[in-house]
Design a protein around this ligand. Sequence first.
Ligand SMILES: Cc1c2[nH]c(c1CCC(=O)O)Cc1[nH]c(c(CCC(=O)O)c1C)Cc1[nH]c(c(CCC(=O)O)c1C)Cc1[nH]c(c(C)c1CCC(=O)O)C2
Length: 347
Amino acid sequence: MDGAMRLKPLLAALAGEPVRPPPLWLMRQAGRYLPEYRALRARAPDFLGFCLSPELAAEATLQPVRRFRPDAAILFADILVLPHALGHPVRFEAGEGPVLERLATRAQLDRLDAARALEVAAPVSETVRQVRAALPPEVALIGFAGAPFTVAAYMAEGGGSRDFAHAKRLMYGDPALFEALMDRLVEATIAYLSAQAEAGAEALMLFDSWAGVLSPAMFDRHVIVPTARIAAALKARFPQVRLIGFPRQAGGSLVAYAEGAGVDAVGLDTAVPPAWAARALPRTVTLQGNLDPLALVAGGEALREETEALLEAIGDRAWIFNLGHGVVPETPPEHVAELIALVRGHG
Ligand SMILES: Cc1c2[nH]c(c1CCC(=O)O)Cc1[nH]c(c(CCC(=O)O)c1C)Cc1[nH]c(c(CCC(=O)O)c1C)Cc1[nH]c(c(C)c1CCC(=O)O)C2
């Protein structure tokens, strides 16, 4: 194929090609570990306002691209932009993370407004347009949303939690209400991601960060089934758009997810043995992950050993090199440059 026609490395890997060296990007590659992010962030009073300012969000998206030249940019926003846009109260408190109104009643559910959500979230599509226009030609643009279960969990819990006990109380105690919430989120997520695809996102990622708190039956019902609904709707409208699912800490349910969620790629969290994943997950999916973010904080020999072990384990699979969870704020930016040099210089 003519050079100008060749797919960007990330998109080739998502199409099932075992690109070597594997394309690389990092979850949370934008953010507080970068001094230029902290300076930019200081210009907006609140985090949601920052996410909904296209100029600021586009700049935050592009900062790590300029500094490190990863193979993908990920839209700068947050998974809680969608519940905020639907009219559910969300705020970010410095030092304590997100705080939401705890959803527990039908009246709170009935207040969610899908039409309003498209309007409030419209600046996110504008960010996608601006970033797409500014990206170097070989760098792919990933849009994203929270997966419905993780977003529902934050809404029903009223914030973050170790075990999401309040959310699970609603899930088991009032399954009709919880299902209705999930249905609203599935529809809103399809509309939100469709707008990102229309604006120029080439891949879309669903972050199911709290999938791992579920029993196998609930994992099937609230992770695999809704993800498959979103995937089917998006594929029907945007056949060229690739989907990445990240069911964090899915444990043994990872195989069922890879087989049934309808995604092109599965993100592996830090605890998944990569050689096992390479053998056990269907070859129809590309794998993504899963270096320990704390090895990236450590740098040096620890980073080199972990990186090399991962690169050996991927064998001949289509793979996207990434972390097993997001970059943490303590990460020295030089270690990211070191990691990219290790991956690109391997073999
Ligand atoms: C669960 C979740 C959230 N947000 C997200 C997830 C899924 C991934 C994961 O499991 O980490 C996803 C997310 N959040 C952010 C991005 C931007 C793009 C990127 O990855 O670079 C993405 C993809 C920016 C952000 N989202 C947030 C920040 C920090 C806020 C700030 O800059 O003031 C950033 C850069 C805030 C946020 N947002 C969220 C929490 C719990 C917090 C507070 C904790 C923290 O600060 O890390 C919810």
